[in-house]
Design a protein around this ligand. Structure first.
Ligand code: SAH
Length: 348
């Protein structure tokens, strides 16, 4: 019964039809048509982006964070985390090396570190844009006020990544302390869009207490938001969090969701994430074959890579940026795609 529904659901998605909750659920539950689903997703991806894979240089600027998300290794409450923050000079030299290696987007990500005031952030953003006017700057620095987002945008930031994490209120409150709210996170996303950012949202797959129903709510929320970028990856347990006894998310379900998202949002920028590469040695290649078209190698200084541990066993923490990109080029080619030197804007 479910298998019939899920095959028909893939065909409906290909034709750009909306699915009922029941159809989504059948699709999420049934692995039998994964091959077909990934093939359809890849076809749609190639129609919009060919075989091109965009690279984003990820610079992890700080692992200080005022928040206490229960799943995250750099949460304020983790006394075992050794903290660091990069200086503007550090960040500019990461960008310099990245530019040399062919990166035309830099993603500055970090915990919500109060050291990075609006002034400091704007100074860094405008510094990068001045040196590299042909590059995009993406920020992923958490929840800020409308005014702060506007200042970063005016300083030159082009894109912003803020995963909503889960679109279900009850689930949200099981993943975060009371000081945080889904309502505010959603508002941030609508503010970012309004300001003019290319906006990215997303969620972890297999986070504690997630159900098929909450996942469907995630898909519905994304339908409403219509983001330019969607980041998803498996939840991976970190040993120093309250969730240390929960299992990590599954590869199969993550890949299925990557493919579903490609079919639902043909134009979207969809990364094959480091988390996917962490739960399986070929995870990122599989993500690409299921519809992803972006990879985000690490450009952070090698000395701090191991300290930015959102989850256990994160890959690529030992290599220099140049080694990382070489390895990734081979992986992308082995999957049947190619890395391009391109700012990589959304094709809407
Ligand atoms: N402070 C920023 C950046 C957070 S880190 C912000 O609030 O957006 C980026 C993403 O890593 C998070 O949005 C979350 O979805 C993911 N993440 C955090 N902990 C994780 C874990 N244990 N496993 C997998 N992904 C995790």
């Amino acid at each position: 019964m479910n298998t019939e529904i899920s095959k028909a659901a893939v065909d409906a998605l290909v034709k750009n039809k909306n699915l009922t909750d029941g159809e989504f659920k059948a699709l999420l539950q049934t692995g039998e048509f994964d091959g077909y689903l990934f093939e359809c997703a890849d076809k749609v991806r190639r129609e919009h982006y060919g075989d091109e894979v965009y690279i984003r240089g990820l610079i992890e600027i700080s692992n200080y964070c005022k928040n206490n998300c229960y799943y995250c290794g750099i949460r304020a409450g983790n006394g075992n985390a050794e903290r660091y923050r990069l200086t503007k000079d550090d960040i500019l030299s990461c960008a310099k090396e990245g530019y040399r290696l062919g990166f035309r987007t830099f993603v500055l990500q970090g915990g919500e570190d109060m050291f990075f005031t609006d002034e400091v952030i704007c100074d860094i953003v405008s510094g990068i844009k001045k040196e590299y006017p042909d590059c995009a700057v993406t920020l992923s620095l958490g929840e800020k006020s409308f005014d702060s987002y506007k200042k970063y945008y005016d300083a030159g930031a082009d894109r912003y990544l803020l995963r909503h994490e889960t679109a279900n209120n009850e689930h949200y409150s099981k993943l975060h302390p009371e000081s945080m709210s889904l309502e505010n996170r959603k508002q941030c996303l609508y503010n970012l869009k309004k300001i003019g950012y290319q906006t990215g949202s997303g969620f972890m797959v297999g986070s504690p207490y997630q159900t098929y129903e909450t996942l469907i709510e995630d898909l519905r929320f994304l339908q409403d938001l219509k983001p330019d970028m969607i980041g998803i990856g498996p939840y991976i347990t970190h040993k120093d969090t309250p969730f240390k006894n929960f299992e990590s998310g599954s590869l199969c379900l993550t890949l299925r969701l990557v493919a579903i998202l490609r079919l639902m949002f043909p134009y979207v920028l969809l990364p094959s994430t480091t988390a996917l590469g962490t739960i399986h040695p070929q995870g990122r290649e599989m993500g690409l074959k299921a519809g992803a078209n972006v990879v985000m190698p690490n450009l952070s200084p090698t000395s701090v890579r191991k300290l930015y541990t959102l989850y256990d066993n994160k890959i690529c923490t030992g290599d220099e940026a140049a080694q990382c990109i070489e390895c990734l080029k081979r992986r992308v080619e082995s999957a049947g795609y190619r890395i391009v030197t391109d700012v990589g804007n959304v094709k809407k």
